[in-house]
Each structure stands twice: as structure tokens, then as C-alpha cells.
Design a protein around this ligand. Structure first.
Ligand SMILES: Cc1ncc(COP(=O)(O)O)c(C=O)c1O
Length: 492
């Protein structure tokens, strides 16, 4: 066997003398090139990757290399093979779903997180990671205009789906059936547990209930009003009927900023009902929660201070790189008793004094995500964040006004934040024909690659969504989306 050649890159800890900084610079250069393209109207890549299924896989060998490859070759392949298969979430004309926005402070934060490679599982395994996470979530809570930051326990998870799973697990723990020890299967002493949310709620609620053994049949979808908000009268009626049938209302998930339309459920009235019924209230504000940073939008967060838990995603609309979901609960002890399980090798002398984040969720090892959020909040300041969020909402209102002024197009939902739901609906065209036409318009616009939008279904109709949330998005990009849509409508 031949001895492997010395390779400073793969040395256990590269000493500065051995390590070629040019390697890091080459990686950073690659990122800068990508960024520059996004600023250069002449060089913009298609927003939506134009490759067909299998194109990327076909270029990747079936087996890994036995012999080390030069980093230049690998980086060259990033450009040649990987980048064409990237849909550019950073792109100023990315209007689909909700943005996963990022920014330079966040990128640097990720870079440092990688460089430090800290595991934030126990306080002792990186005290700074734990203490920064606690503090930065207090900052964000207060920045959103919410009171009593220190009486809420905050933690960062990967996604809102995980945050909501933790919330419902805590609700199940609070209900007192000792599920963590006895499980649910075969129990005659546990009634059917019910979780309520509106019919506009994100599928992560169903997934949490599937995972936690509650069952998707026990996720009760409450009807909405004409502005897509949960109807509290219907919620109350559903709970009453369930109790009469011997079931146990466990939790309500209210949404601030639903996925399809960004509607805001009436959280204060839902909180009243949950308090009367002694039911856990979780607020899913994955997209719109951060809007509380701008004081004139704090109406949307009314009632959150009376919830039991809440999630918002800095990785959606707070210029923080994927992934970073902020989760809070008022019941730190309940969350802890749902998840804490300390193997002997993880016991430390500090356990009574500190937070060990591994005690509050499924995973043991945890990324140091607080660093990038801290860097974002400091580099922008809350004023800087608020002004960018406001700009996005103003652009959405302007786009909505263009739609509204054109008789061939119609708005499909109110526009409280930075999402516009709309549809091409020329006079005299049947709903079914308009559905097909809107699907064609969307396919045409996205295939052209200059902008990327997505769709939803409202009242059974095919509706287009333009969601603004990228830091690079300016009025000209929104105007481009409008002209692309009109071009595609003429061609359809
Ligand atoms: C309201 C809402 N909740 C939850 C989610 C899920 O977010 P994540 O991808 O972080 O799990 C989304 C995603 O768009 C959402 O819009």
C-alpha cells in the first residue's frame, strides 16, 4: 500500500504554516462570484434551476474517490455540476413560497460557526453557545414587542416543523398521561387526544401529530372566515363536541401569517378560549412573527403573550441563513420533563446552575446557530431590520395595487404583509378555464427563469402567490414579475 501523500487540507488540525489560506480564499471567491452575478442584471442566473431530473446525478460518479482530489478540481465541479442545479433563493426575483433570506452578517456567522464547530448540547460543551442562544432569543422576543422576555424559555431549532413538534410534545406532557414512560398504544386510561388548527394551517402540525402518536385524524381543521382566519365560534363548538364524545382537547395551534395567504388567526380570542378550556396554545408565526420588529405591525402579535409556546423563523424573513427557527415556551419545566434523559457520560458538575439544551428536544448534538442570528441583529440593528421588512410590505402593497387596477386580474386575499395572492380572471372566463390558464401562466413565467413564483388553492381555485422577502429585492424586480406575468397571460 502506498502511503497517502501529505495534504495540509486534511491534516487533523492544519497549522497556520502548513495551511494554504488560498484554499479558503478560493471558496470565498466562489461565493462572491455567485453574489456578484445576483447583482449584475446582465449575468443573473435563472432563478429556478432549469435542469431535468437526473441531470446532476448523472454527472456524479457512483463511488467516492480513493485518492485525494485537489480542492481546485472540487471547486471547479461545484461551478460546473452543482450550481446549474441550484434554485437561487438569494435571487432578487425569488418570489415563491416564503423567502429563505440571508445576508452577509449571517453568512459570516455561518462561516464562523463552521470554523468553531462547537456542539451546543451541554453548557459545558461551549458555554458561549448556550448563553448566546438564551440571550439572543430574549433580544428577538423583546424586539418583536413582546413582554417579559426573561420569563420565556427560548431555544433555536432547525425548522418551524421541529419547533411545533416540541410544542405539541410539551402539551402532551402537560396533559399528565406520562406518555414518555408508558407510551400511548394499548392504554385504556388515555382518551383520544385532539389538536385544533385552522384549515389554512401548515402541514407541519399534521406531521407533528403523526410523529407524536396523536394521529392525523385527530388534527381538527377548523373552518375560516372570509379573510382566511380561524373561526373561534367553530373552534369552541368543535371542542365542546369532542369533550361530549369523551375526547380530550390537547392543544390549539393558531397561525400568525398562514402559508397560503398570511392571514392572522384571532389569537386573543383563541387565548381566552384556551384559558377557559385549559388547553395548550401554540402560535405558529414562522413567517410573520418577525414583523413585530416594526411597531406598526405589532397588532399581528396581539395575544402571543398569553400563549404557551410560539415559533418564528429568522431563516425565513430575518436575513438569517438556513437554518434557524426560534422557539419559545413559558413552560421550561414541562418541555424539560418531556425530553430530558441524561446518560451518565453527559452528567456535569454544572447541571443545577445552567441550561443544557440537549434536555429540551430530541437531538443531542446541536449546531451553534445563535451566532449568525446575533450577528444579524447587531449588524442591522432593530431599526435596520424593521425598515427592510417595511419596504417589503410596501412593495407587496404596490404590486397588489397594480393587480387591482387591471380588470383582467384579481386579488384573491387581503395583503397584510409581503405576500400577494392573485389570479388572472378575464371577464367571461369560467373558473375552470381560468384555473388552467393560471397554471399555464405560472409554468411559462417560471420556465423563462427571470422570476420564480408559486401557487396555492383558495376556495378551490388556482391562485398565484408573489412573496417578497429577499434582501436584494427592489421595486424593479417586482415590476419585472408583473411584466412577466402579463407577457405570459397574453401568450396563454
Ligand atoms: C406558517 C408556516 N409554518 C410552518 C412552516 C414550516 O417551516 P419549516 O420549513 O421551517 O419547517 C411554514 C413554511 O413555509 C409556514 O409557512
Amino acid at each position: 500500500m502506498t502511503a497517502p501523500t501529505a495534504n495540509p487540507l486534511t491534516a487533523p488540525v492544519p497549522a497556520s504554516g502548513d495551511f494554504d489560506a488560498a484554499v479558503l480564499e478560493a471558496g470565498v471567491d466562489r461565493i462572491l462570484t455567485l453574489f456578484q452575478r445576483l447583482h449584475d442584471a446582465g449575468a443573473l442566473p435563472p432563478v429556478l434551476s432549469q435542469v431535468t431530473p437526473g441531470t446532476i446525478a448523472d454527472q456524479l460518479p457512483a463511488l467516492p474517490p480513493r485518492v485525494a482530489e485537489p480542492i481546485e478540481t472540487i471547486l471547479g465541479d461545484v461551478e460546473r455540476i452543482i450550481v446549474p442545479g441550484i434554485t437561487h433563493w438569494h435571487h432578487p426575483s425569488f418570489f415563491a413560497y416564503f423567502a429563505n433570506s440571508s445576508s452577509v452578517p449571517s453568512l459570516l456567522g455561518e462561516f464562523l460557526t463552521s470554523g468553531l464547530n462547537a456542539n451546543a448540547m451541554l453548557w459545558v460543551t461551549s458555554p458561549a453557545a448556550t448563553e448566546l442562544e438564551e440571550r439572543v432569543l430574549q433580544w428577538l422576543w423583546t424586539a418583536m414587542g413582546l413582554p417579559d422576555a426573561t420569563s420565556w424559555f427560548g431555544m433555536i431549532t432547525d425548522t418551524a416543523s421541529m419547533s411545533t413538534l416540541l410544542a405539541i410534545a410539551a402539551a402532551r406532557e402537560a396533559a399528565g398521561y406520562d406518555v414518555r414512560r408508558k407510551g400511548l398504544a394499548g392504554r385504556v386510561d388515555v382518551p383520544v387526544l385532539r389538536v385544533y388548527c385552522s384549515e389554512q394551517t401548515h402541514s407541519s402540525i399534521d406531521k407533528a401529530c403523526i410523529t407524536l402518536g396523536i394521529g392525523s385524524d385527530n388534527v381538527v381543521k377548523i373552518p375560516v372566515d372570509d379573510a382566511f382566519r380561524m373561526r373561534v365560534d367553530a373552534l369552541e363548538a368543535a371542542m365542546t363536541a369532542d369533550r361530549a364524545a369523551g375526547m380530550r382537547p390537547l392543544a390549539v395551534v393558531a397561525t400568525i401569517g398562514t402559508t397560503s395567504t398570511t392571514s392572522v388567526d384571532p389569537v386573543p380570542a383563541i387565548a381566552d378560549l384556551c384559558a377557559r378550556e385549559q388547553v395548550w396554545l401554540h402560535v405558529d408565526a414562522a413567517y410573520a412573527g418577525v414583523m413585530g420588529i416594526a411597531p406598526e405591525f405589532r397588532w399581528a402579535l396581539a395575544g402571543v403573550d398569553r400563549a404557551d409556546s410560539m415559533v418564528t423563523n429568522p431563516h425565513k424573513w430575518l436575513f438569517t441563513t438556513m437554518d434557524c427557527s426560534a422557539f419559545w415556551t413559558r413552560h421550561q419545566d414541562v418541555l424539560r420533563s418531556a425530553f430530558s434523559l441524561v446518560a451518565e457520560y453527559l452528567v456535569t458538575a454544572r447541571d443545577q446552575q445552567v441550561v443544557n439544551y440537549m434536555d429540551y428536544g430530541v437531538q443531542l448534538g446541536r449546531r451553534f446557530r445563535a451566532l449568525k442570528l446575533w450577528m444579524v441583529m447587531r449588524a442591522f440593528g432593530t431599526d435596520g431590520l424593521a425598515s427592510r421588512l417595511r419596504d417589503h410590505c410596501a412593495m407587496a402593497r404596490e404590486f397588489a395595487a397594480w393587480v387591482d387596477a387591471d380588470p383582467a386580474w384579481t386579488l384573491s386575499a387581503p395583503v397584510p404583509f409581503s405576500l400577494v395572492c392573485f389570479r388572472h380572471a378575464p371577464e367571461g372566463m369560467s373558473d375552470a378555464d381560468a384555473d388552467a390558464m393560471n397554471a399555464r401562466i405560472l409554468a411559462d413565467v417560471n420556465a423563462a427563469g427571470r422570476v420564480f413564483l408559486s401557487h396555492t388553492r383558495l376556495h378551490g381555485r388556482h391562485v398565484l402567490r408573489l412573496a417578497i422577502g429577499n434582501i436584494l429585492t427592489a421595486r424593479e424586480h417586482v415590476a419585472l414579475a408583473w411584466s412577466e406575468l402579463q407577457r405570459a397571460a397574453r401568450a396563454s
